[in-house]
Design a protein around this ligand. Structure first.
Ligand code: PBG
Ligand code: MG
Length: 331
């Protein structure tokens, strides 16, 4: 522990806070558009469709997604994470739509790559958007989510994304062993340079509410995800999860949700020293927007403060629905 021999009045901490230039000079952390990953929703229809529980966020057609990739490039945002809205007609019991090499996500990937090849594209590997029951995996008759059978599906989904031009796949399902299985399949198929961002420490959280609305799984979700996502009471467990995913071949790890879990972000980044991303999830975005719309907080200020806090905690980057707004302000 550092020693602090200073004492008042020789030391006055307020000297370094007296004007913007000195505050800027001594700032310990910075936030730039390069820290942001823009989370977007894509749909199979035309144009943009607002998501009621995420004010300012629309589901985007493939065409709009391509324009968004160009916009990201203009704003200096390095990467986009895309999440599909799949209507009832595209869902089934086993989530077979997730494996379709010409499905919505592969088509969006191709269009976005063509529009802005300089932007990194990150896909969500999980079955929840595609299953009638809304779980990230398969669902057995007795209500269990079978681990190993689910992993086989996820491998196929990840391969479809890689073939369509994804730069990073991000398995968000929390099955055991899926990172190793995906890495093995990538190596077998020649996708040696595919990056894997593991949602290593993902908690069973109430903060995902608006997202499930956005991808069309809110109404269909049977039960909860507590048998595969982590218990919010635990942090040692998060370190074990991260260690396993790194050993299995993850290049980067993610902690999710974000703000309420900054202690986990900090512990992971200091313990492992690997790129650690944090996901400012839908419920966090919605809280800030709702309070701002009521005039209870200054929305812009709280947006920027929340993003800076991720950096201070040790995040290498932040997946956020605020990416466009924040990058615009920072630009
Ligand atoms: N594969 C599921 C997935 N991927 C990203 C989110 C949540 C993101 C958010 O709330 O913004 C979820 C939701 C869940 O686990 O139920
Ligand atoms: Mg795990």
């Amino acid at each position: 522990m550092t020693q602090f021999p200073q004492s008042f009045p020789a030391t006055r901490m307020r000297r370094l806070r007296q004007s913007p230039w000195i505050r800027g000079l001594v700032a310990e952390n910075t936030l730039t558009p390069a820290d942001l990953v823009w989370a977007i929703f894509v749909h199979d229809g035309e144009g943009r469709v607002p998501v009621g529980s995420l004010p300012g966020i629309d589901r985007l057609s493939v065409k709009e997604a391509a324009l968004t990739a160009k916009r990201a490039s203009e704003l200096g945002i390095p990467a986009i994470a895309l999440f599909p809205y799949i209507g009832p007609e595209g869902k089934d019991e086993t989530g077979s739509g997730a494996l379709n090499p010409d499905g919505l996500v592969p088509r969006a990937l191709r269009a976005m790559k063509e529009a802005a090849p300089e932007i990194g594209l990150i896909t969500d590997v999980a079955l929840d958007a595609y299953t009638t029951h809304g779980h990230d995996g398969l669902l057995d008759a007795d209500g269990t989510i079978p681990n190993d059978a689910t992993v086989e599906k996820l491998v196929q989904q990840a391969l479809a994304h890689a073939a369509a031009g994804a730069d990073i796949v991000a398995p968000s399902d929390m099955m055991d062993g899926r990172i190793g299985a995906i890495r093995q399949a990538f190596d077998d198929e020649g996708f040696t340079n595919m990056m894997i961002l593991a949602y290593a420490a993902k908690y069973a959280s109430g903060f995902y509410g608006p997202y499930r609305d956005a991808i069309g799984s809110a109404k269909s979700l049977k039960g909860d995800k507590k048998t595969y996502q982590q218990d919010p009471a635990n942090s040692e467990e998060a370190l074990r999860e991260v260690a396993l995913d790194l050993a299995e071949g993850a290049d980067m790890v993610m902690v999710k949700p974000g703000l309420p879990y900054l202690d986990i972000v900090h512990r992971v980044s200091t313990t492992f020293g690997v790129p650690t991303l944090a996901y400012q999830v839908s419920g966090e975005y919605a809280q800030i927007k709702a309070a701002a719309m009521n005039g209870w907080i200054d929305g812009d200020r709280v947006m920027m403060e929340s993003l800076m806090c991720f950096k201070r905690a040790g995040a290498s980057g932040i997946i956020t629905y605020f990416a466009e707004e924040a990058a615009d302000k920072l630009g």
